[in-house]
Design a binder for this molecule. Structure first.
Ligand code: SAJ
Length: 405
């Protein structure tokens, strides 16, 4: 039996995937409300294919509970928040989960940490916590780090098809964990050591962050001299060795906007490119806010409450708002003591911010200018609704003839 600890964005799909491929799974989360929702037959977030996977997992006998289970295999997928001041990862939830496993596990159990951690976290925080309890690692308990790689918006497909990395102290234990993941994973599974696995995960996300920052910097250069950044990127990408990403209103989500800071926090004097890249990405919401003011001026608009932000989530077709550029922009606006921007997102049912609408048409009625912050399918399929509005399209989904970043 596998006990998956933490049923959030990664733990839940992983538990469901295992259970729908013949593995006996119990999912544990300390949030009773979340467990009750799952036991009532409902999933807890929007994700393509998740509901179907949930049905298969229920047929496969998955159970959800707040209790840790006595077994020999644990997968820990709890959050790893980072301290925005020190830029360091906070491993407290991982350590707490491992401690709870130690309270109950069988001798020789394997604990697989899936949560993203900064390189060295397992050695610095997890091993000492285990040893302090008198357990001998490698005998009483085995430690493994198997960082997840799935992208929100295409999680189910990527869980099945992405290659995976497993970091373990011994090859035998690594191979045992590989066997578990191979129950559903059709990609290659590489077994390496823990430190390398920790580093690869953070490096992958840092690679993407730096490349997005490059696109964002190009957007700023092009804006400065009124050049079309999208046309330039399109032509550059026709070169066989160039593949530039897309500029946007900022970088959100709990991965790419966070993980590279772990490296900056740990190696401050060695991370110039990464540090500058993160600063460029973080500057984008303010850059968009300035664009809004510029465009309002150009159009003799004075009332900011006639401007609407389309999209609150951190990217298209997901309902996850963590570190979202729209939230960052609103925060920056309120720091400048200006408020009044209207907001609408078809994926967000809850009231999260002031002046939030839940119906596209009423939102459009109340604004003269629409700022596309997220390119949800809804807007891509309803571009005609924007006719007659001033449009600032930060995602390049509205075609030509509108303002861009
Ligand atoms: N973004 C841009 N321009 C681009 C691509 C993305 O501005 O060209 C923005 C998005 O709008 C979003 C942010 O960057 O705000 C991040 O989105 P994303 O789709 O690039 O990535 P995430 O954060 O959803 O998922 C990433 C993935 N990592 C990599 O591709 C290296 C995923 O595989 C990881 O599993 C995930 O982080 C994670 O959990 O670490």
């Amino acid at each position: 039996m596998v006990n998956v600890i933490g049923l959030g964005y990664i733990g839940l799909p992983t538990a469901l995937m295992l259970a729908s491929h013949g593995v006996e799974v119990v999912g544990t989360d300390y949030n009773k409300e979340l467990v009750d929702t799952l036991n009532a037959g409902k999933t807890t977030f929007e994700e393509k294919g998740l509901d179907e996977l949930f049905c298969d997992a229920v047929k496969g006998g998955i159970k959800f509970t707040t209790e840790y289970q006595k077994t020999d295999m644990y997968v820990v997928s709890v959050p790893t928040p980072y301290d925005s001041f020190s830029k360091k990862v906070d491993a407290c939830y991982v350590v707490a989960a491992v401690n709870s496993v130690l309270d109950i596990c069988e001798k020789g159990s394997i604990v697989v940490v899936e949560s993203t951690v900064s390189p060295g976290t397992i050695d610095k925080y997890v091993r000492p916590a285990i040893e302090e309890r008198g357990f001998v690692i490698g005998e009483d308990i085995h430690l493994v780090h198997a960082p997840e790689r799935i992208i929100p918006g295409n999680m189910v497909y990527e869980l099945l098809h992405n290659n995976r990395t497993i970091g373990a102290d011994s090859v035998e234990v690594g191979e045992k964990v590989k066997e578990m993941y191979a129950s559903f994973c059709e990609g290659d599974i590489v077994v390496t050591d823990i430190r390398t696995a920790e580093m690869t995960k953070v490096v992958e996300n840092t690679f993407r962050a730096v490349n997005i920052a490059f696109a964002n910097e190009l957007a700023k250069i092009c804006r400065h001299d009124d050049m079309d950044v999208y046309e330039i990127i399109k032509i550059c990408n026709m070169h066989p060795r160039v593949n530039i990403l897309q500029p946007g209103p900022g970088v959100g989500g709990h991965c790419i906007s966070v993980d590279p800071w772990f490296l900056v926090g740990d190696y401050p004097s060695l991370t110039n490119v990464i540090n500058e890249s993160m600063k460029i990405n973080d500057s984008m919401p303010d850059f968009v806010l300035n664009r809004i003011y510029e465009i309002m001026k150009e159009n003799n608009m004075t009332d900011i409450s006639r401007v609407g932000l389309y999209g609150l989530s951190y990217k298209e077709d997901v309902d996850d708002c963590r570190e979202s550029p729209t939230l960052q922009l609103l925060e920056s606006q309120s720091r400048h003591l200006a408020t009044g921007l209207k907001v609408y997102d078809p994926m967000i049912a809850k009231d999260l911010v002031e002046n939030q609408y839940h119906d596209f048409d009423s939102f459009l009625e109340d604004v003269d200018m629409v700022v596309v912050m997220v390119g949800h399918s809804e807007i891509k399929n309803n571009l005609q609704k924007l006719e007659g509005k001033i449009v600032l399209d930060t995602r390049n989904v509205c075609g030509k003839g509108v303002y861009k970043i």
